[in-house]
Design a protein around this ligand. Structure first.
Ligand code: GLU
Length: 477
């Protein structure tokens, strides 16, 4: 294979859709797998959609996800950074060549005329497309009018025959040319449309594979015709399956979060979101679901990307995130966890206690935004009891245990793990209660629940004063 060069070509919209992240990731994996290059090209020629800060936001999302590119904004490269808005002269030069060769033509139709045409087509149930009125204007007349009349430039699509797209994922797809619109290539304001700038750039940047979302498949025959008009060889295409909600509708904002930033804010780890995104439409052919980035790079091929839409299963994402929370190094976990504690105002001011809390909740934590809820038991001033906890607390045996604990605790200044187990041995001896009877009673009195983190850890975090307070509270129930 000749040099592999792929690109991620987002239009900065202000937030990064999870579908875009997956596109970026597949391009990244494909480039790294083949030791090729990944180019980041910002497609920002639609001035009406300009959003302040959108590019910075995009770069930050890629950095966070660990998707590193070789050419583009922020990278030293001879020809970058690639912002289409900085390449307008290039598109101008290229459109002239197409007009000259008769593959593109100026269109002077007014917005009103086009609107009327659309209404009529809709009324007659015809496909809505340009009727070709300006196609036949003689070249010299068109050239003269271009000097002082508003116009767009359109591609002249052949009126018969078909255009065939060979797609690595979808196979051979046929498009009837007479159903393809004479797409606008240059708008009235002189800016190129997505289609034109995209093709010119993919060619000039020597892109070997275009890997993008399925929503672009209907545009691909138009792109193929632009390549043909220039006499250029088209890259290979791979259109990635749509992302779906659980009810198999197209993943949309209305049904939940779709922005990478939303998941980041929820405390999803980048490793988890990347792993999860990789599985949205791809598998290695076995049951493995947890992959390191290196494993993904090693195993990723476009041939194993599915055609069928991929369901964005939130429960699975949270499950996977939980796996990562438990598998990253303790150091990395504590570091991330501490930042989250601080953001929720849960920093106790005691580094050891913070660490102990983080360690205690780790086995049951699936996302960092659950930290306040999972760690709540360490911050309670007064306990609220769940019903079954209250039942345990009210048992006569439990009350004997609590009284004995209150008695024994007096001989300790602090309640470390060792001291707690020493104390409980005595309580056991004194009351004659042990096993479930003993531990459930203590758990219920200390946490108000019958499940949760390991008890000795809980007690050592609560500290002597809180333990005494909760024992007294339990005895009052
Ligand atoms: N700018 C397009 C987008 O927003 C790029 C599509 C493509 O990759 O060709 O997704």
């Amino acid at each position: 294979m000749s040099e592999i060069r792929v690109r991620f070509a987002p239009s900065p919209t202000g937030y990064v859709h999870v579908g875009s992240l997956r596109t970026a990731l597949y391009n990244y994996l494909f480039a790294r797998h083949h030791k090729g290059r990944l180019i980041l090209r910002i497609e920002d020629t639609d001035q009406s959609r300009f959003v302040e800060g959108a590019v910075e936001n995009l770069l930050e999302a890629l950095r966070w996800a660990g998707i590193d590119y070789d050419e583009g904004p922020g990278k030293e490269s001879a020809v970058g950074p690639y912002f289409q808005s900085q390449r307008l002269n290039i598109y101008k030069e290229h459109i002239h060549a197409l007009i000259k060769s008769g593959h593109a033509y100026p269109c002077f139709c007014s917005a009103e005329r086009l609107e009327k045409m659309r209404e009529e087509q809709t009324a007659q149930n015809l496909p809505v497309m340009y009727d070709g009125a300006c196609r036949t204007i003689p070249a010299d007349e068109a050239a003269a009018r271009m000097k002082n009349e508003d116009h767009v430039i359109r591609i002249k699509i052949p009126q018969s025959g078909e255009t065939i797209v060979q797609d690595i994922i979808r196979g051979t797809v046929h498009f009837q040319n007479n159903l393809l619109d004479d797409q606008v290539l240059i708008k009235t304001d002189g800016f190129p449309t997505y289609h034109f700038a995209n093709v010119v750039d993919d060619h000039l940047m020597r892109i070997s594979h275009v890997i993008r979302g399925e929503e672009w498949l209907p545009s691909t025959p138009k792109h193929m015709l632009i390549y043909q008009a220039f006499g250029w060889e088209a890259p290979q295409f791979a259109h990635l399956p749509l992302l779906l909600n659980a009810d198999r509708s197209k993943l949309s904002k209305r049904q939940g979060d779709v922005a990478v930033e939303d998941y980041r804010k929820k405390g999803i780890l980048p490793e988890a979101l990347v792993n999860f995104s990789a599985m949205l439409g791809w598998n290695r052919g076995d049951d493995q679901e947890i992959f390191s980035v290196q494993e993904l790079i090693d195993s990723f091929t476009l041939e194993r990307v599915n055609k069928a839409g991929a369901v964005f299963d939130l429960d699975k994402l949270e499950w996977m995130n939980g796996q990562y929370i438990r598998s990253i190094s303790e150091e990395a976990y504590l570091k991330a966890g501490l930042q989250w504690m601080q953001s929720f105002n849960l920093d106790t001011g005691d580094p050891d206690k913070n660490k102990a809390i983080l360690k205690a909740v780790r086995p049951a934590l699936n996302k960092f935004s659950d930290l306040p809820q999972k760690a709540a038991l360490f911050f309670n001033e007064k306990l609220k009891y769940e019903t079954d906890a209250l039942e345990w607390i009210r048992k006569t045996e439990s009350r004997e245990i609590f009284s004995s604990m209150l008695q024994e605790i007096q001989s300790f200044d602090r309640l470390t793990l060792d001291e707690f187990s020493q104390m409980m041995k005595t309580v056991q001896k004194e009351t004659g209660h042990k096993g479930k009877k003993l531990w459930m009673a203590v758990r219920a009195a200390m946490t108000g629940m019958t499940g949760g983190p390991e008890l000795p850890v809980v007690l050592s975090i609560l500290g002597k004063e809180k333990v005494v307070q909760f024992l007294n509270q339990a005895l009052q129930q």
